[in-house]
Design a binder for this molecule. Sequence first.
Ligand SMILES: Nc1ncnc2c1ncn2[C@@H]1O[C@H](COP(=O)(O)OP(=O)(O)OP(=O)(O)O)[C@@H](O)[C@H]1O
Ligand SMILES: CC(C)(CO)[C@@H](O)C(=O)NCCC(=O)O
Ligand SMILES: [K+]
Length: 259
Amino acid sequence: MLLTIDCGNTNTVFSIWDGTRFIATWRIATDHKRTADEYHVWLSSLMMLTKTEATITDAIISSTVPRVVFNLRVLCNRYFDCRPLVVGKPECRLPVAPRVDQGTTVGPDRLVNTVGAHDRHGGDLIVVDFGTATTFDVVDTDGAYIGGVIAPGVNLSLEALHMAAAALPHVDVSRPAKAIGTNTVACMQSGVYWGYIGLVEGIVREVRKERDREMKVIATGGLASLFAQDTALFDSVEDDLTMHGLMLIDAYNKELERA
Ligand SMILES: Nc1ncnc2c1ncn2[C@@H]1O[C@H](COP(=O)(O)OP(=O)(O)OP(=O)(O)O)[C@@H](O)[C@H]1O
Ligand SMILES: CC(C)(CO)[C@@H](O)C(=O)NCCC(=O)O
Ligand SMILES: [K+]
């Protein structure tokens, strides 16, 4: 079975693909100090607790945090006796190469989302991912990543308000009942919630204008379904998009190896 690891700046998600479907998904806070042994204790306990029967033989990693890759590699070598594929490394091939400025490095999560979304929807697409950053990936007709937009993440914006203003408390994102807040928390929630609705709609409008063509919008990330309540923009909301992309990239590389 395949272990897919999506390491973001905030959270790291592990899933197990049994060849047909994902049988388990577990989340842990990203911490570069976490050792391979710690990952293994955590993973094996969850497997036991949930009675997940899995023999991991392969692994693929997407990491937006370069320094966590070392310990994730050790985890795969030591405990699963395999060498993981790492998205963004030259030995990990992608079905279609990104078309961006020379010398620039695209976030591996964005490359993986591009592959996952193009497989499900073809081109042209805009993939919106509500993670630590809110990213927009523009996918060409042939499935190439051709650029996009990086905006501050929703939770990051709320945290920035709290950090910079003495009178503003820590607030969790939520859908406010009204746009006009009548207390501090409601005002902040309105600013971020309706602000992000406007941000997403505005950016998609500009990207479509620039591309001058129809483009489907695919949303992913923990907060996608929250925002989907108040915009008709998303053609589809898919929480498993990154994992689907990782599974496809692994299969693509295995196929190349066999050829
Ligand atoms: N309905 C909800 N309301 C509030 N928060 C939510 C909701 N659903 C998910 N979340 C939270 O949203 C955040 C976004 O999750 P996601 O996995 O997309 O990104 P992340 O882990 O924050 O970022 P990264 O992938 O960059 O590490 C998570 O912290 C998750 O717990
Ligand atoms: C933008 C983030 C942080 C989103 O996770 C990640 O994709 C990243 O670190 N990207 C590198 C820069 C780029 O994608 O152009
Ligand atoms: K993510």
